[in-house]
Ligand binder design. Structure first.
Ligand code: HEM
Length: 426
């Protein structure tokens, strides 16, 4: 594909008609090549088998660009993108770069294994199961508040994202990490800045300014936990840092950063996108209402059908090699197009059909390999509780605006809605 269609793929309006475009790309081959505006090559791996293979192959594909380039090439790249900045801005760019790229998805083994081990236990299914009553209580409290507002105004309506889908996972991850309630309001802006940040934004003062603010906040939070550790996850990592050479200060900030951001921008979209899928398929919606036990497989189908993460983060080709039938060069950017892999007809019969009892349904919505989602057990439980509670408590839940006014957000890597106003029967 050429440069123009590459740019179109990353435009705001693309998500609305992405699936037929992905099907056309799969038909052409397992990997589609693009030339980005800066002249660099980007490969999108579109088919299920090759996308899984790519994500599992740490020898050929690395997450840390410095492992794919020579030291000189890497230094030149950073210098090129920061040479117009003042020395003070360059220092800020270096700090944001280190924190943003030092997180789990930016590093390779052995660093990756060491860092992931430090936070893995609280995310195991067994540990997460213990959070069920608390997550249920948070979901109920949010709907109590929505019902109280409806009672007061006589209008049974809410903004599903702002009033439910966003605060639910945010409260859960903030409580797990031990982030004080009064600080949580500032996270949305920071976290959105983080997911939309690209190296080209290094020269954008407003953007780097927000990230610097976020980093300063995390530094202050770490200092508080050091002085007075609690039994939360963050205190646990801070104690590990104080106890020895398990991780550096910037690695600690990177870990906190990825847990906040990844726990933030994803489950909200599982809930809202999943609700949209139910609204678009009234027979499946009725089936779930009649059979709440189907919630587990329904959530899996929502993840496959409208997964919150459209494509993996960037991997870098470590060597010149033929992969997916194309010739890749060392240093090329490669991504697994998860949304396409999850609609691959050779893996999922009738892939565009939304079937809440689909079986088998081993999708790629959480990625695979060593970087597979750390929070998948948590996200699944949040999704299951969200749908069971919404459907049980709000009869007649329906969109409050016509389908053509429900829009996908402009966020390349993610699939999420701008808003989803809903009504229910009084
Ligand atoms: C429905 C919700 C979620 C989806 C669809 C999702 C999806 C993903 C995907 C696709 C990846 C791999 C990306 C890649 O390989 O480039 C990933 C990684 C990750 N996710 Fe999630 N995620 C979700 C929720 C969460 C939650 C609640 C957390 C909790 C903190 C979380 C934490 C992480 C972390 C830390 C990684 C990096 C793992 C590593 O590099 O080892 N995610 N997620």
């Amino acid at each position: 594909m050429d440069q123009q269609s590459g740019a179109a793929l990353f435009s705001a309006s693309f998500k609305a008609h992405a699936f037929p475009a992905y099907a056309a790309m799969r038909a052409e081959g397992p990997a589609a090549g693009f030339t980005m505006p800066d002249g660099k090559r980007l490969w999108l791996v579109t088919r299920f088998a090759e996308a899984s293979e790519m994500l599992k192959d740490q020898n050929r594909f690395v997450n840390d660009i410095s492992n794919a380039l020579t030291e000189e090439e890497y230094a030149a790249l950073f210098q090129q993108s920061t040479e117009e900045l003042t020395p003070e801005q360059q220092a800020m760019a270096a700090l944001t770069d280190e924190v943003l790229s030092g997180q789990l998805l930016g590093v390779d083994p052995p660093d990756h294994s060491r860092l992931r081990r430090l936070v893995a236990i609280p995310f195991t299914p067994k540990y997460i199961e213990g959070l069920r009553p608390r997550i249920q209580a948070i979901a109920d409290a949010l709907l109590d508040a929505a019902e109280a507002r409806a009672e007061a105004t006589g209008r049974h309506e809410m903004e599903l994202i702002d009033d439910f889908a966003y605060p639910l996972p945010l409260t859960v991850i903030a409580e797990m990490l031990g982030i004080p309630e009064e600080d949580r309001g500032r996270f949305r802006e920071w976290s959105q800045a983080a997911v939309s940040f690209t190296p080209a934004d290094r020269a954008n003062r407003a953007m780097t300014g927000k990230l610097i603010e976020f980093i300063a906040y995390m530094q202050a939070l770490v200092a508080t936990k050091r002085a007075d550790p609690g039994d939360d996850l963050l205190s646990g990592v801070v104690i590990a840092e104080m106890e020895g050479d398990k991780l550096s200060e910037n690695e600690l900030l990177s870990l906190i950063f990825i847990l906040i951001v990844a726990g933030h921008e994803t489950t909200v979209n599982l809930i809202a996108n999943g609700m949209l899928a139910l609204f678009e398929h009234p027979e499946e919606y009725a089936r779930l209402r009649a059979n709440p036990d189907l919630v587990r497989s329904a959530v899996e189908e929502m993840l496959r059908f409208y997964g919150p993460v459209e494509m993996s983060l960037t991997r870098w080709a470590r060597e010149d090699a033929v992969f997916g039938g194309v010739q890749m060069q060392r240093g090329d950017q490669v991504m697994a197009l998860l949304a396409s892999a999850n609609r691959d007809e050779s893996r999922f019969p009738d892939p565009d059909r939304f079937d809440i009892a689909r079986e088998p349904n081993r999708h790629l919505a959480f990625g695979t390999g060593i970087h597979a989602c750390l929070g998948s057990a948590l996200a699944r439980m949040e999704g299951q509780i969200a749908f069971t509670t919404l459907l049980a408590r709000l009869p007649g839940l329906a969109p409050a605006i016509p389908r053509d006014r429900i829009e996908w957000r402009d966020a390349t890597f993610l699939r999420g809605l701008t808003r989803l106003p809903v009504t229910w029967d009084g």
